[in-house]
Structures are given as C-alpha cells and as structure tokens.
Write a protein of this length. Structure first.
Length: 260
C-alpha cells in the first residue's frame, strides 16, 4: 500500500466523518461527536501524558512541540496549553481544515500539509516534544518505522518523543489476519460490511522494535503504558527521552517506570 493511497483514504475520511475517523468511539459515527466533547478528550489525554512524564522525572521544556498526524487538531490545541509554539502536520487537507476550524490556541498553532514520506520540512533537533498517537498504526510497518526515525531526528536532546501505537493484537489469529489479508479484500470488507467511508488498516509495532529504533536515534525508551478498551488491539504509548546523539543516558530498568 502506497503513501499516496493512504493520503486518498484519509482525505475521504476527512471529508466524510473526520472526528469519528480520528477517535473511533462507539456511538460517535456520522457526526455524533460534539466539538467541545471531542476537543476535551485531547486536553485530558495530553494533560495526563505530561503528568505521566513528570512522575518519571521527565521535564520537557515548554518551547516547541510537534503533533505528527494531527488530524482534526484534537491534540494540537491541547499541546498549545503547555507549549509556546505547536506544529500540527497531516497528510489530509480536509482533516487540516477541521483542525483550523477547531483551533483554540490563540495563534500558537501552525498546521502543515505534508504528503512526502519524511519530515524533511523540519530541521534536526527542532522540537522539545514530539507527539504522535493513533497514526503510525495505519501505515505499512516499514514506513511507520521510517517515520519513527524521523520523529526522533527532529527531537531535541533533553526533549521527549511520545508514540502511541498498538504493540500486538490481543488474539494471535487477529494479528496473523492483519498481516496476510490482501489490502483489496480489507478495503472491500470495510466498505461493504462495516460501511467505512475508506479503509483503516492496523499494523502493530512490538515494544522491543520501538526500543531498538529509539536507541539508534539517540533516545532511551523510559516507559510504556497501556490505554483504551479496544477488544482487538493492545494500545500503548511509549515515552522516549532524547539524549546526546553519541552518549545516550544510562539505561534504566523498565520496572523503575510503572505504567501510571
């Protein structure tokens, strides 16, 4: 599946039911998210995750933050409550139109439409916090790993990268099916049976792979927590502390950093 196809799918989702496509909660399809309720979930999530970092002794400077795959801006505006400048980047222009409509930052957010398979529009070490959630899972695994490397590249030493992505299917048979079902069949099932405006494919990345990529990019995986009530996928968020590109901080035992 190409990035161009993914862009087309999320453009259609952004046109058809943008808030539900970002946050697929039961009972919220067909425009049933209110703007206030939708944006409040972003505030709750960001506030909770920054408190989680703080409990692990991670203090991120409140300068510049990146929201990768920002969608309708649910998290972007929430980050602007803590950072003086926030950049939201997304592949779908209709999603960005919703994000601009819902922007409550008072001018501290800038939205960028990006369709290239990299973040070359941003300099190395240019963000104090890099945040992405419910995004990499929809990309082919190798492309998701490449983007993770890019997210690490643009994070400053002493900053942090927060990555939300499933680490496995709760049922091994589901995980196998996700790997082997042809994209064309998945599209047919989701369109004809589930009545999705466009397909949303899921790809987990195991924790050990995130940890390996983080270390290669000068970061240290400091904590992982499970969240949500998805019956199919185990959703987790990881926090990666960025150190010196050559001298990564001493490793800490994962048990020293509880989930919550």
């Amino acid at each position: 599946m190409s990035l161009n196809e993914i862009g087309k799918d999320w453009t259609e989702l952004g046109r058809s039911d943008p808030l539900w496509a970002v946050l697929t909660e039961p009972g919220k399809r067909h425009g049933k998210w209110s703007d206030d309720e939708f944006m409040a979930t972003g505030i709750s999530q960001v506030d909770g995750d920054l408190a989680w970092l703080g409990r692990h002794g991670i203090s991120v400077p409140g300068g510049r933050a990146l929201d990768f795959g920002c969608g309708a801006g649910r998290l972007t505006s929430a980050l602007a409550r803590h950072f003086s400048e926030v950049v939201g980047v997304d592949i779908s222009e209709p999603m960005l139109q919703q994000a601009r409509r819902l922007d409550r930052s008072g001018g501290r957010v800038r939205f960028v439409h990006r369709t290239a398979p990299d973040l070359a529009c941003f300099d190395d070490e240019s963000f104090d916090l890099v945040y992405t959630d419910r995004v990499l899972q929809h990309l082919p695994p190798e492309l998701a790993r490449d983007y993770l490397r890019e997210l690490l590249r643009v994070a400053r030493p002493g900053g942090a990268v927060v990555v939300g992505i499933p680490d496995r299917a709760k049922n091994p048979l589901v995980g196998l099916a996700a790997r082997v079902i042809p994209q064309s069949l998945l599209r047919l099932i989701q369109r004809m049976v589930l009545r999705y405006p466009a397909p949303m494919r899921m790809h987990p990345i195991p924790r050990h792979e995130v940890e390996t990529i983080a270390a290669a990019g000068g970061g240290l995986l400091r904590g992982t927590k499970e969240y949500g009530r998805d019956p199919i996928w185990r959703h987790v968020r990881h926090v990666i502390l960025m150190g010196d590109p050559v001298r990564t901080p001493p490793a800490a035992s994962p048990s020293s950093f509880p989930a919550a």
